[in-house]
Design a binder for this molecule. Structure first.
Ligand SMILES: O=C(O)CCC(=O)C(=O)O
Ligand SMILES: [Mn+2]
Length: 206
């Protein structure tokens, strides 16, 4: 009985102008480490070049985009790789917990403490207004930073994302908040983060 309740347990994070739910330990049907190792070895990882203020940079992490539709951000266009059985299984589990549907996933591989992701919001046109984004973390715990775009009185929120955790961001979160992952000073092992997204077809964009 306790296990059953626990499986559906999530916490609502009380931040203004944001809708955030956190599951600390989701059931993936097998050990987190086996999912992590499989994703590391079987994903076709790329190190994308992005353009910031007209200058090209290599992203400080590896990434892969899988799903039904292409996706553009920071001046790059990602053509999707097809779904794998493992990714479809993870998507189904994430959809069941969050009660949302997704058609794409962005995988990010932080190889060690020097890999990071700059502060940003996932507010691309393709995601539509008030997008729901479900972020599944595997591997070494890293700190997810959240900073309000305009309210200077609110300090940066630091949220530990341990292996097996699932963070759902929805509602106004992307409109009012930026998030990111800093480099760490302490040594870190590998971490793979999967953000499941619902990309809108061109025809549905306004
Ligand atoms: O690695 C993370 O936890 C954040 C990933 C993220 O923000 C993104 O993929 O847009
Ligand atoms: Mn993001």
């Amino acid at each position: 009985m306790y296990d059953l309740l626990n499986e559906f347990e999530f916490e609502q994070l009380p931040l203004p102008d944001a809708d955030l739910l956190l599951w600390r330990q989701v059931d993936l049907g097998r050990p987190y480490d086996s999912v992590l190792q499989e994703l590391i070895v079987s994903t076709d990882w790329r190190q994308e070049e992005i353009t910031v203020y007209g200058k090209p940079y290599l992203q400080p992490r590896l990434s892969a985009w899988h799903g039904d539709l292409s996706y553009s951000y920071s001046g790059i266009r990602l053509e999707p790789q097809p779904w794998t059985l493992s990714l479809l299984d993870l998507k189904a589990r994430v959809e069941a917990l969050t009660e949302r549907e997704f058609n794409s996933v962005l995988l990010n591989y932080y190889r060690d403490q020097n890999d990071s992701m700059g502060m940003h919001s996932d507010d691309e046109r393709e995601l539509g207004p008030q997008p729901a984004i479900a972020s599944l973390s595997l591997g070494d715990e890293r700190t997810f930073l959240l900073k309000h775009k305009t309210r200077k009185d609110l300090k940066t929120t630091r949220l530990a994302l341990p292996t097996g955790s699932l963070l759902l961001m929805w509602g106004d979160t992307q409109q009012y908040w930026r998030h990111g992952i800093n480099k760490e000073r302490r040594p870190c092992g590998p971490r793979v983060n999967l953000t499941f997204r619902a990309i809108k077809h061109e025809a549905n964009l306004r």
